[in-house]
Ligand binder design. Sequence first.
Ligand code: ATP
Length: 318
Amino acid sequence: MKKIGILTSGGDAPGMNAAIRAVVRTALVNNIEVMGIYKGYLGLHEGEILPMDRSSVSDIIQKGGTILKTARFPEFADPKVREKAAQVLRVYGIEGLVVIGGDGSFLGAKGLSDLGIKTIGIPGTIDNDMAYTDRTIGFDTAQNTVIDAINKIRDTSSSHQRVSVVEVMGRNCGDLALYAGIAGGATTILVPEKKYSKDEIIKTVMDGKRHKKHHNLVVIAEGVGNSEEIAKEIEDVSGIETRTTVLGHIQRGGMPTAYDRILATRMGHRAVELLIEGKSARVIGTVKGDIVDYDIHEALSMTRPFNEKLYQIAMDLV
Ligand code: ATP
């Protein structure tokens, strides 16, 4: 392997830069050239490709976002578009490609591997919604961002004795709501994986009122439904002032935590090792703390079991 490419795709996640840095430096130390592909599959298709050296990745390990930029490029689902992208890689002499992104990005990587391009996927998404890995890069930072926001909301809400409804990211996966909800001391956590009853939420709030609780925190994953409507219903029935905060894109940004930087570094390093070993169509994950790799087809076909035990613990502590 003489030359590889690297791109970031889909939603950005803190720690992507640490992964880019690890890929570039591991490749260079093994005498492999690295080409940076800008704006994900869009930039690959358009040939937005530049060589990277050691200093291209200086001073980025602590930065959120992605220096390679990212893009949503739905056209990449079209086989003709992927064929053109594969041709661009051949023209540049890029023999192996590292793709950092979520499930959608891995579908693109699978498509390229079917065309004979050696591809390796690294999971980068704040949602932690990929079945084959315990953690994705960015999740740890995002949950800490949510906890930080919850702490601040709690200060003002308990002063006013309000109910706070906090909506966090997670369309199909409630991990961010669950983990940040537990760490933030939420009284109710609503996730897309579990049915919820409005009566139960109201009962928890009313119980809190009876026990003279100063503050009630309801954390909702965005995939559950309209948080404003849920807040209005709580206020109408309980008579307690209820405010909603939608955290939005703040959850994507910021300096990656030590955990995300180390995870990204280990995964980036492993990605290059796999390419040197001649592997293709593999995705890297972490299971019980170890760095592992799976066949991309197998990884994409897995479904993620919801952490029932953790959810139960959260419910028991209300
Ligand atoms: P996140 O979890 O942060 O949303 P993601 O990688 O799942 O990340 P998507 O927008 O779903 O984000 O996918 C990123 C890109 O991957 C798409 O814009 C598109 O270029 C490519 N992609 C998505 N689905 C496919 C597919 N079925 N075939 C080929 N390429 C795809």
